[in-house]
Design a protein around this ligand. Structure first.
Ligand SMILES: [Zn+2]
Ligand SMILES: [Zn+2]
Length: 129
């Protein structure tokens, strides 16, 4: 079977591990539910392109910037200012290095890429499930 390589914004593909056809763990499922519930309750800060064209085909968000939704041209919103973030998004402990992960999923017809950082232990738990 030939599968079409789906393009990921280059900024993400270079630095992140992409989870395609990934069965989310209970933890990741909870995060996605909370993310969507937060958007429904408080709204989401979408970039100008998505505001202008709500049928935009790819949206990017992050578990460390849950209120933001950006197209692949507006990823600057996720660039962390000041000292780099060393907090694992799953266990909330501090680590020297975190694995950048992108969960590739769909939400109401839009392809949604969800970025987060995991420590080695949490990465093993998420990926092995
Ligand atoms: Zn945009
Ligand atoms: Zn962790």
């Amino acid at each position: 079977m030939v599968t079409q390589a789906r393009s990921v914004p280059p900024d993400l593909g270079d630095k992140h591990r992409i989870l395609n056809n990934h069965e989310p763990s209970w933890w990741l499922r909870l995060q996605l539910d909370a993310l969507v519930a937060g958007w429904e309750a408080n709204g989401v800060r979408a970039c100008k392109d998505i505001r202008r064209n709500p049928g935009h085909d790819v949206g990017v968000t992050a578990l460390y910037r849950r209120d933001a939704l950006a197209c692949s041209d507006c990823l600057d919103v996720f660039r962390l200012k000041g000292s780099p973030d060393h907090e694992c998004d799953r266990c909330h402990e501090q680590f020297d290095t975190l694995a950048g992960v992108v969960y590739d999923t769909h939400l109401e017809g839009m392809r949604l890429l969800v970025m987060f950082g995991l420590c080695p232990g949490c990465e093993a738990k998420e990926i092995s499930q």
